[in-house]
Design a protein around this ligand. Structure first.
Ligand SMILES: [Zn+2]
Length: 350
């Protein structure tokens, strides 16, 4: 209902010329649209998780829309500087990608190059060094991929539990059990990897093929190096995709992440994105202490000169966003429309 109302409103704002007025307004010029992406599907990932993955054709249409609308896509560092200097061009946009899964190299990078748009990749680094599937994500993906098979957890983790994986609720419940089992045993990355292989076998999913495609793998260091050489700005997303509430552990996450990124790209990194969008006011002095210039959240909205530079909102672009809604964000009119509060993302990459 809300979506239909929004689409109709956006359409009439466009037809009456109101959108163009907003796009050229002083209000919009003082604002930066930071778009956030996760993955561009290599095969069927968008059918599994449409809030994190979009098909490559849709991503191409977004880039075409950016070009057609004459939006100015700026490198993140420049965009943030100009935001606070009140020196942004009309319809300014920055493109950001979270996590750094291998599909970025295979799908997003060639398209970004083709359109010559700058982009920032917030890279989580643990799984870059240990280049196997991201445990939590692969567990969820396997349960979806093998959903036609009944699952008996006794065979996987030795505890009772039968699941009909055709229902999303059952898949979620099975995932929670498996994750709790791994956490309870304090499993090493290798043990978790073996657990995924046995789950795939049980669900008759061709795991070797997923490994060969590098589905839900993080970029390898040499790929990150090539991306950096090719103009991608690689920034911080914590080493293990987490934000501990303990100062020392938090700072270690940033430090390990930064060291890895620097080694791969040969450049320092000082822009941060909160993993899973989890932010807390206690983090702000720690980020300052680490010399972080900006930090982005998953809260929806435009960044303005009044935004805290360590709590910059973004707009998460997903398959669920229609072309008219996307355009509404480029012009600025979408900011004025009501929207549902986003549920916290289920994203976890470590
Ligand atoms: Zn993330």
């Amino acid at each position: 209902m809300l979506k239909k109302f929004k689409q109709a409103t956006l359409q009439s704002l466009k037809t009456t010329g109101m959108s163009s007025l907003v796009a050229a307004s002083r209000w919009r010029r003082q604002r930066l649209l930071i778009l956030a992406y996760h993955g561009i599907a290599m095969t069927d990932e968008h059918l599994w998780n449409g809030s994190q993955y979009m098909p490559a054709e849709l991503f191409r249409r977004r880039l075409e829309q950016l070009r057609r609308s004459r939006s100015v896509v700026l490198p993140l560092d420049e965009a943030i500087k100009r935001l606070y200097e009140n020196d942004l061009p009309d319809k300014s946009v920055a493109l950001t990608f979270d996590d750094g899964t291998s599909d970025f190299y295979q799908q997003a990078f060639p398209l970004l190059k083709e359109f010559q748009f700058p982009a920032t990749l917030y890279l989580t680094t643990f799984y870059s060094h240990y280049n196997r599937p991201i445990f939590d994500l692969m567990c969820a993906y396997l349960l979806w991929k093998g959903r036609e098979e009944p699952l008996d957890l006794q065979k996987i983790i030795g505890c009772d539990g039968r699941f009909d994986l055709r229902s999303a609720a059952a898949r979620d419940a099975a995932r929670v059990e498996i994750l709790a089992f791994a956490e309870g045993r304090n499993m090493s990355a290798e043990e978790k990897d073996a657990l995924l292989a046995s789950l795939a076998k049980e669900l008759r999913v061709d795991y070797d093929q997923l490994l060969a495609q590098r589905t839900l793998h993080v970029l390898k260091p040499d790929e990150v190096r090539q991306l950096a050489t090719g103009g991608i700005d690689v920034q911080l997303h914590s080493h293990r995709h987490r934000t501990p509430l303990d100062r020392e552990l938090f700072l270690r996450e940033i430090e390990d992440n930064r060291k890895s990124v620097c080694e791969m790209t040969g450049r320092d990194a000082a822009h941060f994105c909160y993993p899973s969008g989890t932010h807390d006011l206690r983090f702000l002095p720690w980020l300052d202490e680490a010399g972080i210039i900006s930090a982005t959240t998953c809260d929806t909205g435009f960044a303005s000169p009044a935004s805290n530079r360590l709590l910059l909102p973004r707009v998460i672009d997903t398959s669920a966003l229609s072309a008219i809604e996307f355009e509404g964000w480029l012009t600025g009119v979408s900011a004025a429309l009501p929207r549902r509060r986003r549920r916290r993302q289920k994203e976890k990459a470590a």
